[in-house]
Design a protein around this ligand. Structure first.
Ligand SMILES: [Zn+2]
Length: 571
């Protein structure tokens, strides 16, 4: 390909809104272009990378027993009502109304369609297991699209669904997919970590994410510094420690003027913050919820959302809290009426807590659960943080940032039961199909590769996904000897089947080398008046510093050997 003909120009500056490296570099390299918030075009160079990632994924899915299908983007809304996930997806589900006033959903995922197909095409246990998959555009109305390809509203995803006869079969399919995912990341040179994850709107019980740890990651990952425990912060458990075990003292109201925060109250009363109770207020699907948690801990909103089984959750405003007859800043679970109270189980660790008195400027001392107040539910809704104790080995937990590059779910039977997607077992008894769901976002993978593999000059593509293998860079193209030799070399490389990007622009060496580095193509070949004199070209790997001269005689064969050796060295 001649660079002068490529659709998409390199830019000297990144767009101001580009926050992370992959966004900046991919836009500057002319590989992607934003069309709307969270909506991108792939230009030819970016698309070539995406197609190579796609082929690696397809290869691993086929090897693992997957069968490729193509399912519709337009889905009857009734399918979503039937699974109940119209509620759990909430406003993330794009919908539209057709000319006959039918509501349709734009698929964010395809469990419903697969369950619908399964109920028509699976009759007996002999039909199972099955692993249909597709690579297709998905749509999700993300509330806050940002970060280039990391959080988008339209994206290309590989989604595979496992259909099994029982839990053991599901477990086997799940293991197969996890192995296939690990192969994909290894082939892409991505060090992905498998961690415990929350199922979120997808639903189901067991779920893992694959994370690439990087500073600009969207997710927080909690890892043990001592064992292999690793989980998304949304899901992470920890051992709650602290809390005294004194004998219960009588409840006492005390004046605590000018104290608003937990630290101020604890300091004023002279107790550690772990001996205070914090009140936090949320609106859960339109209902005010009073959350009580020990003062030294923070609320984990994902755990709270799961405990409340709600789709919309947000912090309540001070006005809303006061409107419910509570005093923001001094609210108390003691004597509260008409508001649902949910507590973290940390309130059972410790005694004689300091808690608001629901009166401006006053708190209670020696509040004890359940002696002094009742709650609708106590469960773990606390956020694990760096320094907390590991739930497996009590070692110290660490916190890192990561990009999610894959997510797998053991769905179980909740969708197939609702759909009547069942089969006849060995004994002729009807049983629901056991489902699993396995996703990889291709654009995210592409962005994660760039986040992992770049320097201050540009992208450094691993050869297996690079848009071209060779950046052929003749200098002084205005000289006819250079121009004609360059054309010959270009033709020779193409004829050898080498993917070559020919920088045929009559620009300075500086401009050309900068673009070569920005585009990140593995091998740069430079032809200059000096190298021509010695009948050679200069070869340089994007990832390295050394250069060497390759003689012009039989150049294409030498380049091919060079590329093959590098590909072998990578694996
Ligand atoms: Zn541990």
């Amino acid at each position: 390909m001649r660079l002068s003909r490529v659709f998409g120009k390199t830019l000297r500056e990144a767009p101001t809104e580009a926050e992370n490296k992959s966004h900046q570099l991919l836009v500057r390299a002319g590989m992607i272009a934003q069309e709307a918030a969270g909506v991108y075009s792939y230009l030819p160079l970016g698309w070539r990378v995406l197609r190579k990632i796609e082929n690696i994924i397809r290869d691993e899915m086929d090897k693992a027993g997957g069968q490729e299908v193509m399912l519709p983007v337009l889905q009857p809304f009734e399918l979503w009502q039937q699974s109940g996930r119209d509620v759990s997806f909430g406003r993330s589900l794009f919908t539209l109304t057709d000319r006959k006033e039918h509501t349709l959903a734009l698929g964010p995922t395809h469990e419903e369609v697969v369950a619908d197909l399964a109920r028509r095409h699976v009759q007996s246990y002999r039909d199972l297991p099955l692993m249909p998959y597709q690579i297709q555009t998905k749509l999700r109305d993300e509330p806050r699209p940002r970060g280039g390809l990391l959080r988008v509203r339209e994206f290309i995803m590989k989604d595979l669904y496992s259909l099994d006869a029982d839990e053991a079969g599901l477990h086997e399919s799940y293991q197969k997919m996890c192995r296939a995912y690990k192969n994909i990341y290894a082939r892409l040179s991505l060090p992905a970590l498998m961690i415990e994850a929350d199922s979120g709107a997808i639903g189901g019980k067991d779920s893992h994410e694959f994370m690439v740890l990087t500073e600009d990651g969207e997710d927080e990952v909690i890892c043990c510094s001592n064992c292999d425990y690793a989980a998304n912060a949304e899901k992470a458990q920890f051992v709650k420690t602290g809390g005294n075990a004194e004998s219960l003292l009588p409840l006492e109201e005390i004046a605590t003027p000018e104290t608003k925060t937990i630290e101020e109250v604890a300091g004023f009363v002279g107790v550690p913050s772990s001996q205070t109770l914090k009140a936090v207020f949320y609106f859960s699907d339109g209902e005010l919820v009073f959350v009580v948690i020990r003062g030294d801990l923070e609320v984990n909103e994902t755990k709270l959302r799961n405990a409340l089984n709600c789709s919309e959750l947000r912090l309540a405003t001070e006005a809303e809290v006061n409107g419910a007859g509570l005093v923001a800043g001094f609210a108390s679970p003691i004597g509260v009426k008409g508001v649902k109270v949910v507590a973290d189980d940390s309130i059972t660790l410790g005694s004689n807590f300091v808690v608001g008195a629901n009166k401006p400027g006053f708190h209670f001392k020696n509040a004890n659960y359940p002696r002094d107040f009742q709650v609708a539910r106590t469960t773990d809704i606390a956020l694990a943080q760096a320094g907390d104790s590991c739930p497996k080995c009590q070692g110290k937990l660490r916190s890192s940032r990561g990009i999610e590059v894959g997510h797998v779910f053991k769905l179980g039977t909740f969708i197939s039961e609702r759909f009547g997607a069942s089969f006849l077992d060995n004994d002729g008894k009807s049983r629901p199909i056991v489902m699993g769901s396995y996703g990889i976002g291709l654009g995210r993978l592409l962005a994660a590769i760039v986040e992992q593999s770049h320097d201050d000059k540009g992208i450094i593509w691993p050869p297996c996904v690079a848009p071209y293998q060779v950046y052929f860079c003749p200098l002084s193209l205005d000289k006819s000897a250079i121009a004609s030799t360059a054309e010959n070399i270009y033709r020779e490389l193409e004829e050898e089947g080498i993917e070559v990007l020919f920088d045929d622009r009559d620009d300075s060496a500086g401009v050309k080398f900068n673009d070569a580095d920005l585009l990140g193509i593995p091998l740069r070949l430079t032809l200059s008046p000096r190298t021509l004199q010695s009948r050679s070209v200069e070869a340089k790997w994007r990832a390295g510093k050394e250069t060497r001269l390759l003689p012009l005689d039989n150049l294409a064969a030498q380049v091919n050997r060079f590329l093959n050796e590098a590909a072998k060295a990578q694996h």
